[in-house]
Design a protein around this ligand. Structure first.
Ligand code: PHE
Length: 340
């Protein structure tokens, strides 16, 4: 007969996983004690066989239970011993993990692009080092045209220049694309401006161009109203102020209700209640004609804006320098995505 008491004692005394495993094999293994009793069952009369069988199964379950508890206990004491030796404090909080995130300016640019992509615009880019042709001439500013002074330009030695705006991409799109054209161009621009709170020699522009049959100023207005509402809230109002850019006719400066004072008047909007955020207009027939686009059939509009200005207004940022400084105290304020 199985001496269960004795077995339990042995199990209790085992203090290594090895010892325990040897006992387990001896008791519950295929050639083990329990199995040899089970094999003998067939020699017993039927009713006794049933009773004995049940007994043996109970013993088997009990032993399995004891063994697995014992394994757990041994593992736990091994871990505690190891922790004591290695002097690890498992309760120490982990180091904070600094996950990188996209720069706030890029996030604003992406948001603007997404808003316009919903209207079917396709995002494109162009070179930062441009020729006078793309930056000025093709945009209806021949050499010596006084309007070139509107942009203080960095000229390079090789007759090239650093683009002063993203409008040259309009020309490249007209050259490359079949009509209709519906693009949004963004990228770095450069001007020899004196740096101040809202001017930096390096900044970013975003520009849209739409050319098709029958595009009118009304389409431009509708697009910019949708744009302003998507960026600054559903209630946002848009105002067009007549302005001049050589490559559009008519040209306009577009303003939104001041996002800081909601139109009441403050220092940001210089007490006017309005903030100019972009330049816009109908593409000048001269510009279309130069690219062999028949201006009697096709018309288009364009608008362009400074990404920094939009971001500054959205987040109440008071100096353009912050975008370039890489100061983590500034950057870490924008932890979440714009959609969050
Ligand atoms: N490129 C102009 C600027 O830099 C902005 C603009 C773009 C105006 C498109 C009209 C149309 O000031």
């Amino acid at each position: 007969m199985i001496n269960i008491k004795e077995i339990k004692k042995q199990l209790e005394q085992a203090n290594s996983l090895c010892e325990l495993e040897a006992l387990r094999i001896n008791l519950l293994g295929r050639q083990g004690v329990l199995n040899s009793y089970l094999k003998d069952l067939k020699n017993l009369p039927l009713d006794e066989r049933k009773k004995r069988g049940e007994e043996l199964n109970l013993i088997k379950e009990e032993l399995e239970c004891i063994i697995s508890k014992k394994i757990e206990a041994i593992n736990r004491s091994l871990l505690l011993e190891r922790l004591k030796k290695d002097s690890i404090d498992p309760y120490l909080p982990p180091f904070p993990i600094n996950i990188g995130r996209m720069h706030i300016l890029n996030r604003v640019i992406n948001k603007i692009i997404h808003v316009l992509e919903r209207l079917g615009y396709e995002a494109v880019e162009g070179p930062e080092v441009e020729t006078e042709y793309y930056n000025f001439e093709a945009l209806n500013m021949p050499l010596h045209h006084p309007a070139r002074d509107m942009w203080d330009t960095f000229y390079l030695n090789n007759g090239k220049l650093l683009r002063t705006h993203t409008s040259p991409i309009q020309i490249r799109a007209m050259e490359a694309n079949k009509l209709p054209i519906k693009i949004i161009a963004s990228g770095r621009c450069f001007r020899r401006d004196n740096p101040d709170a809202s001017h930096s020699p390096i900044f970013h522009q975003i520009e849209a161009l739409y050319i098709d049959k029958g595009v009118s100023f009304a389409h431009l207005k509708g697009t910019l109203e949708y744009f302003a509402r998507s960026m600054f809230g559903r209630e946002q109002k848009v105002k067009f102020i007549l302005s001049y850019f050589p490559f559009v006719e008519p040209g306009a400066e577009v303003a939104v209700k001041c996002v800081i004072c909601k139109g009441r008047g403050c220092i940001t909007c210089k007490q006017t209640g309005w903030l100019e955020i972009l330049g816009a207009g109908m593409v000048h027939p001269e510009v279309l004609e130069r690219q062999n686009i028949d201006y009697k059939i096709y018309s288009g509009f364009a608008f362009g804006m400074g990404a920094e200005r939009i971001a500054m207004l959205m987040y109440g940022i008071n100096h353009i320098r912050h975008f370039l400084d890489n100061d983590l105290r500034f950057l870490n304020q924008f932890k979440y995505n714009l959609e969050d």
